[in-house]
Design a binder for this molecule. Structure first.
Ligand SMILES: NC(=O)c1ccc[n+]([C@@H]2O[C@H](COP(=O)([O-])OP(=O)(O)OC[C@H]3O[C@@H](n4cnc5c(N)ncnc54)[C@H](OP(=O)(O)O)[C@@H]3O)[C@@H](O)[C@H]2O)c1
Length: 235
């Protein structure tokens, strides 16, 4: 069912990786704060269930999107603008990890990880810039503590360093457009990211609150980075 885009002027947040963990928690926090949300990931049924929970078609749009697919990313943005009329913020959050040790992961898994974490985030950035330019909006990217300090044998850490660089590169490139850029750099978070769920970790909602903090600052304040660890995390 199609919405009348003029029916609401509430701001619109697009989130990739919204079917789980940090993305889903951010969607819940944002919806509670009055944002309309566009929920993107590959697991459409989970996105649809979350969209229903967050108020249905007037408030939340579920879009199947594999972030490694440029056409899918363009389609995601077209749907979002078509249904809601605008995108005020985009959170490039989709990603996954892998085992440490350069001998311990397969080349195929590395390829998927680099394509998702780095190329996928770059495609999201590229796809949303026109809409964010129109709205003088806000771009957020999920990097990691692992994007700030190298972890031994971690290709994942390499991908997150690339995302950290992408955030600063985007900030400089978008200077003068009014678009703000925020890097979210969590330490360990208890999500399905881990096969064996960690103890003494952050909860996804802890990171969601950090995202909402950056989003709720006034337009002249650009929170460039938020690095947040669980108190129990040393490194
Ligand atoms: N958990 C941590 O300790 C931690 C710490 C620092 C940073 N991070 C980062 O936080 C982000 C979210 O992770 P999480 O902890 O919330 O893990 P999660 O619960 O496993 O969520 C990962 C999300 O990414 C989506 N995704 C994966 N591949 C995708 C693809 N090709 N296209 C579209 N969506 C894709 C997944 O959805 P589908 O499978 O449905 O596509 C899912 O919604 C990631 O970038 C991760 O690297 C996590």
């Amino acid at each position: 069912m199609s919405n009348d885009p003029s029916a609401s002027t509430d701001r619109v947040l697009l989130i990739t990786g919204a079917s789980s963990g940090i993305g889903a928690a951010t969607a819940r926090r944002a919806a509670a704060a009055g944002w309309r949300v566009v929920l993107a990931a590959r697991s459409l049924e989970r996105l649809q269930a979350l969209a229903a929970e967050l108020g249905g078609a007037q408030r939340a749009l579920a879009v199947r999107c594999d972030v490694t697919d440029w056409q899918a990313q363009q389609h995601m943005v077209e749907l979002a603008v078509g249904e809601f009329g605008q995108i005020d913020a985009a959170f490039a959050n989709a990603g996954f990890g892998g085992p440490r040790g350069f001998q311990n992961d397969t080349p195929e898994h590395w390829r998927e990880m680099v394509l998702t974490n780095v190329y996928g985030a770059a495609l999201t950035l590229r796809a949303v810039i026109p809409a964010l330019t129109a709205s003088r909006g806000h771009l957020l990217l999920t990097s990691s503590v692992a994007g700030r300090r190298a972890l031994p044998g971690s290709m994942y850490s390499c991908t997150k360093h690339a995302v950290t660089a992408m955030g600063e590169a985007a900030r400089q490139d978008l200077h003068g457009t009014g678009i703000r850029v925020t890097l979210i750099e969590p330490g360990m978070v208890d999500t399905p990211f881990f096969e064996n769920r960690p103890t003494s970790a952050l909860q996804a909602d802890d990171v969601a609150r950090a995202v909402l903090f950056a989003l709720s600052e006034p337009p002249h304040v650009d929170v460039n980075e938020i690095l947040v660890r669980p108190t129990a995390q040393a490194g």
